[in-house]
Write a protein that binds this ligand. Structure first.
Ligand code: HMG
Length: 384
């Protein structure tokens, strides 16, 4: 059977960032609660001309600069921060990047799990057409009410991923375990820009779905924990991955060291929750910070509130280090514009009405920008 998996991958952050120590100061919270209790230090905040489309387009453009578009016949856009109820966000990206017309484009939604639906769908498409490739873009803005419990777990970011036969980075293995249950742990009503969350229920739903998908994975002939070398978990905040790892240890009656998780936390600690992109930005972080991954098996636990989860594994290619790109993400994270608390609140409250024509000012020098609304339709531009 031909190996199929992740051939290239790219991560993009926002222009602005808020230090969680600043949020803690204003909210009168001990900063250690965010840094140690949640495992987070900063959170991405989108500028006025950034949104899931501009972040996703930037990630895809960077990846395609390396790979070109040959063989790509599908663009799957995974998001829970959709900008339109009907048109796929992928169409805007297709237009901005001038992608070939012979391409299927669609948007996928199931909270933070959507990126994994896209990946699993891509594996199926390529099994049928091994010479074709699938471009996946996962892009989200995690936004909760000001002063709510979720506030320090906001964030934003995008991952672009190329899935192909004979991949350069990670071969995804065929066994997979899935688990779904209709739970109101987290959702975002159509008329709200912020998600609603039942914090305690969200934690238990995440853990129940982990053990449920693990059990299904085992029932389908999956590997034992002893055969898995590294563990990736959806990271709404990095401490949640530790909770997941402890739960898996308890559930399987195994001692699982936690130090193997650290390399996967480096970027998400700085980005905050990136929803669908989160587990794949954790993968990028792992590949950039763990030098001994060649030939290692990674366990992936992907979770999306509401709720669906999936447990699957991938094996890192022996020469993966020749194909990773620590730039530009590392320089980008270091060079972000640190905003004040007041600037954060202003951006948080800013919503453009969809019913009137409005120009959106240029704020960042990102390659693509949200330029405004005309005739009810969102307008995007490439920055020249
Ligand atoms: P909270 O109730 O404010 O926090 O909200 P807490 O009191 O539970 O404290 C958090 C941790 O900080 C605790 O550690 C405290 O002990 C510790 P733990 O017991 O969990 O190990 N702590 C301190 N540590 C050091 N020094 C201190 C200190 N004080 C306290 N001084 C909650 C926490 C996660 C509920 C909240 O942030 C929230 O509602 N977040 C949003 C929901 C969420 O992220 N849920 C995660 C699972 S669901 C999921 O992952 C899906 C999601 O990504 C959406 C999707 O699928 O699309 C969210």
């Amino acid at each position: 059977m031909v190996a199929i998996g992740i051939d290239d991958i790219e991560l993009v952050a926002t222009h602005d960032v808020l230090e969680l120590a600043e949020l803690a100061r204003v909210r009168g919270v001990d900063p250690a609660k965010y840094e140690i209790g949640l495992g987070q230090t900063r959170m991405s905040v989108p500028a006025a001309d950034e949104d899931p489309i501009t972040m996703g387009a930037t990630a895809a453009a960077r990846l395609l600069e390396r790979t070109g578009t040959d063989g790509i016949r599908s663009l799957l856009f995974a998001t829970e921060t959709g900008v339109d109820q009907s048109k796929s966000g992928g169409m805007f990206i297709h237009g901005l990047l001038g992608l070939p017309k012979a391409m299927r484009v669609a948007e996928i939604k199931q909270a933070c799990y959507a990126g994994t639906v896209a990946l699993q769908s891509a594996l199926g498409v390529i099994a049928r057409e091994p010479e074709s490739k699938v471009l996946i873009v996962m892009s989200d803005i995690a936004k909760y009410e000001l002063e709510g419990s979720g506030e320090p777990t906001q964030g934003a970011g995008a991952v672009a991923m190329l899935v192909s036969a004979n991949p350069a980075l990670v071969e995804i293995e065929p066994e997979t375990g899935i688990y779904s249950a209709d739970v109101d742990d987290f959702w975002r009503p159509n008329d709200s820009t912020t998600a609603v969350v039942d914090g305690a229920l969200s934690l238990s739903a995440y853990l129940d779905t982990l053990t449920g998908s693990w059990d299904d994975y085992q029932a389908r002939g999956g590997h034992s924990v002893a055969e898995i070398d590294r563990f990736l978990y959806h990271q709404p905040f990095t401490k949640m991955a530790r909770k997941g790892h402890r739960e898996l240890a308890k559930h399987t009656g195994t001692e699982l060291p936690e130090d193997v998780l650290e390399a996967s936390f480096v970027y998400n600690r700085e980005l905050g929750n990136t929803y669908g992109a989160s587990i794949y930005s954790a993968l990028i972080s792992l590949m950039h910070h763990d030098e001994e991954l060649a030939g290692k098996r990674i366990g992936f636990y992907s979770y999306g509130s509401g709720s669906t989860g999936e447990y699957f594994t991938g094996v890192v290619r022996d020469d993966y280090r020749d194909h990773i790109h620590t730039e530009p993400i590392q320089s980008e994270l270091a060079a972000r514009n640190v905003i004040t608390f007041d600037e954060y609140v202003e951006l948080h409250e800013r919503v453009l009405p969809s019913g009137v024509d409005v120009e959106n000012p240029r704020v960042t020098n990102a390659p693509y920008r949200f330029a405004g609304i005309r005739g009810g339709a969102r307008q995007y531009e490439a920055n020249s």
